[in-house]
Design a protein around this ligand. Structure first.
Ligand code: ZN
Length: 242
């Protein structure tokens, strides 16, 4: 790659670029661990006709595991991801006890930055993989339109919201679906997906208590797993929208 003022730079290119793509811009950045990245943006024609959807999936956001889907499956972050995340926490704690600006502190800062990048890359790979699997299997995916910033501010969820990856995941889902003429539908965040019985439609105010993981419908007596019931309701709305 030839960069202004710097000249020729060796790059590791991950994908072949089709001849019809038009180069728009290149942004060079340096990560905290010292690595350089060039992100290159292209413009291209993408005229995929919208398909009539036949298969629908609902996803209910989950704080710990990313989501539960309307088939009862969870996203399941790989075990090694948690392991590296724990290691990152440990090393961050070590850093916080060191004297800022000292040689050891600087060494530890770079160690933490590298770990941070590793964890972020693992998460990104995983989110790409899961979104690809879903897009291959379904024509239409429905999610709740959540305000993650507001959730992060709320006392109940707090800081953990930032690292969950939901925002990135839904971005991946959306463009992967659209590339194939498929659709991502966002439903109103005020729709009571957790409170409504997915069998008979009864609204159970008792389920406003987030600690209630399972419940029985007082009207039709169906037994519900909180998140699965919500995901089924979300899927139902997506097929009603079609
Ligand atoms: Zn019911």
């Amino acid at each position: 790659m030839k960069l202004p003022k710097i000249g020729q730079v060796k790059v590791k290119q991950h994908r072949e670029i089709p001849a019809s793509y038009v180069l728009k811009s290149v942004t060079v950045s340096q990560s905290p661990s010292g690595k350089y990245h060039a992100s290159i943006s292209f413009e291209y024609e993408n005229q995929v006709p919208e398909r009539k959807p036949h298969t629908f999936l609902g996803l209910d956001f989950s704080m710990n595991g990313l989501y539960k889907d309307s088939e009862g499956n969870e996203a399941e972050y790989p075990k090694y991801y948690r392991k590296w995340e724990k290691k990152l926490e440990r090393e961050q704690r070590k850093l916080s006890h060191m004297q800022k600006g000292s040689r050891n502190w600087e060494k530890q800062r770079i160690k933490v930055a590298k770990l941070h990048e590793k964890v972020a890359n693992q998460r990104k790979d995983f989110l790409h993989k899961r979104s690809r699997e879903i897009v291959n299997a379904y024509d239409c995916v429905c999610i709740e339109d959540l305000d993650m910033k507001a959730m992060a501010r709320s006392l109940h969820f707090g800081k953990s919201v930032h690292d969950n990856g939901w925002g990135m995941f839904t971005t991946f889902l959306k463009y992967k679906l659209e590339e194939e003429g498929k659709q991502l539908i966002r439903i109103d965040k005020w729709y009571p997906s957790s409170q409504t019985c997915s069998v008979c439609g009864y609204k159970n105010p008792e389920t406003k208590d987030l600690g209630m993981r399972e419940w029985d419908c007082p009207r039709c007596k169906s037994h519900h797993d909180r998140d699965l019931n919500a995901a089924i309701n979300i899927r139902k709305l997506s097929s009603l929208n079609k």
